[in-house]
Design a protein around this ligand. Structure first.
Ligand SMILES: C[S@@+](CC[C@H](N)C(=O)[O-])C[C@H]1O[C@@H](n2cnc3c(N)ncnc32)[C@H](O)[C@@H]1O
Length: 368
């Protein structure tokens, strides 16, 4: 309600307000979450322990069955259980307590053991993510090939689920409420948790997928160790941070972005840590549909649009004054034709290597 009231302020006052409606909403959510100590919840009642044990046993003894099959078999026995409950029960060990729970709106994440600075970042900058970030079929094909015949997948730092296959069992892990909220209906079940402490048992799935997320993790080495713990195959889409800093937008307009990029783990660091079996270049086609930061390398006018900039964490995490200065210069150069003069070479290319790499690793010892 407060957010709605803020929107009704006269334009002059709104222009001078210190907080956005989104911030007011977040304060409100935190306030409610902080005050709400009563354990009783609305929604689906908890599943009986005996049924959970039955799901776990059925999954263990029939490793070829998918969760739909298990759901059908349980129904025959008179237990009506949601598919997402089966998926979670068959993957989650009862011994290892999850650091974070299943998603429930407004529920604060357990910060006791981990810093989750970048997870919170996406509550701030993730608004509108799904508008600018849409699955590109060419990346999807590369990811599917890398997943091979894996039937069960954990998608870590899943965001809105852009690269989740729809023909396998997928469990999404995502810490940001804002990102979870934007997951389209019908996408795989999501658990609110962080990579550094995955709430599933050892070797629970065939493959762990992490797309453009490792550079956000508070402790990326620990997160990668978790991927290895839970799956024999890891598929990580990352980027060469130095190559990103060679992008014309960074070099000529907002060099401040380089300071941030060079603090992030690069694809080579990730490959090294995982002991990768393969690292494949994923050059960006000129008409790439997923609005990752360098996606518009041949369509410079796109960066003048604030919605495009908002979907890029590198821009959202850089000093807004520096970004604004760079955008002013870009607008001028586009208007005068200077940008086109300087970048004739790019205009003739269909692909450009912005540094994206698909890192694949198999833990042979575990895979047996
Ligand atoms: C650029 S988005 C990528 C989302 C999705 N994988 C995709 O490709 O569209 C990065 C995601 O990483 C998540 N993230 C940040 N810190 C994380 C952590 N410690 N563990 C897991 N995910 C994290 C963010 O909340 C965000 O959804």
């Amino acid at each position: 309600m407060l957010a709605a009231l803020v929107r009704r302020l006269p334009r002059l006052l709104r222009g001078h307000r210190l907080v956005t409606p989104g911030t007011v909403l977040r304060w409100h959510r935190r306030l409610v979450a902080g005050k709400w100590t009563c354990p009783s919840r609305t929604g689906r009642p908890p599943v009986d322990d005996a049924v959970v044990a039955l799901i776990e046993r059925t999954a263990r003894e029939n490793s070829g069955w998918g969760y739909r099959r298990i759901q059908g078999e349980l129904l025959k026995l008179g237990h009506r259980v949601a598919a997402s409950t089966i998926l979670q029960s068959s993957l989650t060990t009862r011994v290892k307590r999850p650091v974070c729970d299943r998603y429930s709106p407004g529920k604060p994440i357990n910060r006791g053991r981990l810093g989750v600075a970048d997870a919170e970042l996406y509550d701030e900058i993730g608004t509108g993510y799904s508008l600018g970030r849409r699955t590109d079929p060419r990346w999807m094909a590369a990811i599917l090939a890398a997943l091979g015949d894996s039937r069960s997948i954990i998608d870590v730092g899943a965001g809105t689920g852009s690269y989740e296959p729809d023909d396998r069992t997928v469990l999404a892990i995502e810490p940001s409420v804002e990102m979870i909220r934007q997951r389209p209906h019908g996408t795989s079940p999501v658990v609110r948790a962080v990579a550094e402490a995955l709430p599933v048992r050892d070797h629970a799935v065939d493959a762990a997928l992490a797309v453009l997320t490792v550079h956000h993790w508070t402790d990326w080495r620990r997160g990668l160790a978790e991927l290895r713990r839970v799956a024999p195959r890891q598929v990580v889409l990352a980027y060469d941070t130095r190559r990103h800093t060679e992008f014309w937008f960074v070099r000529e307009y907002v060099p401040e972005i380089a300071d941030l990029e060079l603090t992030r783990p690069s694809a080579a660091d990730i490959a090294n840590e995982l002991g990768a079996d393969s690292v494949t270049q994923l050059p960006l086609p000129w008409d790439f549909t997923d609005g990752v930061f360098p996606a518009y390398w041949r369509r410079p006018a796109a960066y003048l649009d604030p919605r495009v900039r908002r979907a890029c964490s590198a821009l959202a995490q850089t000093d807004p004054d520096a970004v604004e200065r760079g955008i002013r210069r870009l607008r001028k150069d586009l208007h005068s034709g200077r940008w086109h003069e300087q970048h004739q070479d790019l205009l003739n290319l269909d692909h450009w290597d912005a540094g994206f790499r698909l890192v694949v690793s198999y833990n042979r010892a575990q895979a047996g």
